[in-house]
Design a protein around this ligand. Structure first.
Ligand SMILES: [Mg+2]
Length: 266
């Protein structure tokens, strides 16, 4: 325990926070995003941590609604990179996202039409409220689908003045304001006056989450970066991690171990 980097968390859980990505971290990556489910015992492990630590949050690119269904309201849930959050079992659109909801609906309708006209089997548009994602993971020729769909996404972005951003096997279209996991981490860590913050991610979009931890470390906080390794995890995430876990099942075991080292509150 002497040199355990998690010691500050265990010794002062009342001022410690844990932020988790969902896909690839608490859930195995699946072909169709709607097929994803939390890994076995993930929900129970989150609740066990939330009973012990000041702040436990899931921050995801997904809509907060489905995460709420799967994970319950025992933790904080931030959807679509922070454009949504849950509050007492309800999903709210953030103040910064609200003004763009109508515009984004028009862009999505246009995207759905264009993607349908292409007839690429397996390509699909996922509505996330104020954003949407064009997926090509399930297409037969991913590299061809990627190039065609990225062209469409760029045309839509230019035409409507929105932002197209490449993701893992997908392209995300979002309003021209920034929503990022890093903002959620910084905002919540400061609001909750945390002294120790951990973030667990697996994807290229989680790198800014690590940046946020660097910022907090410069402000004097203790930080702990966890990378979950998959074929698609960027090398930089692994390089910068304090701990590398093999997949969602290993994450759940790690969460259970951490929870068991802290007595229940109260
Ligand atoms: Mg992920």
């Amino acid at each position: 325990m002497e040199n355990d980097p998690l010691r500050p968390f265990v010794e002062d859980p009342e001022s410690s926070g844990l932020f988790f990505d969902f896909d690839g971290v608490l859930s195995d990556i699946v072909e169709k995003p709607s097929d994803a489910r939390p890994a076995e015992r993930a929900r129970e492990a989150l609740d066990a941590l939330a009973d012990r630590f000041k702040l436990v949050a899931v921050v995801s690119g997904r809509g907060a609604g489905e995460l709420l269904t799967w994970l319950g309201d025992g933790i904080e849930i931030w959807g679509i990179h922070g454009a949504q959050r849950t509050f007492k079992g309800e999903v709210l659109l953030s103040e910064r996202a609200e003004p763009y909801s109508e515009l984004m609906e028009r862009v999505r309708t246009d995207a759905e039409q264009r993607v349908a006209e292409l007839g690429i089997e397996g390509a699909l548009v996922e509505d996330k409220g104020v954003m949407f994602t064009i997926h090509y993971r399930a297409t037969r020729d991913r590299s061809e689908a990627k190039s065609v769909l990225e062209t469409i996404a760029e045309e839509l972005a230019a035409g409507y003045g929105v932002v197209a951003s490449p993701q893992k096997m997908a392209i995300e279209l979002r309003p021209p304001v920034e929503f990022a996991k890093s903002q959620v981490i910084l905002q919540r860590a400061r609001e909750a006056t945390l002294t120790a913050v951990a973030f667990i991610g697996d994807d290229v979009v989680d790198l800014p989450g690590f940046d946020a931890l660097d910022t907090l470390e410069n402000e004097g906080l203790t930080t702990f970066k966890v990378a979950v390794d998959s074929d698609e995890t960027p090398p930089e995430l692994l390089r910068r991690a304090d701990l590398i876990l093999a997949g969602p099942a290993a994450v759940v075991t790690w969460m259970e171990t951490l929870a068991s080292s802290v007595p229940l509150r109260g």
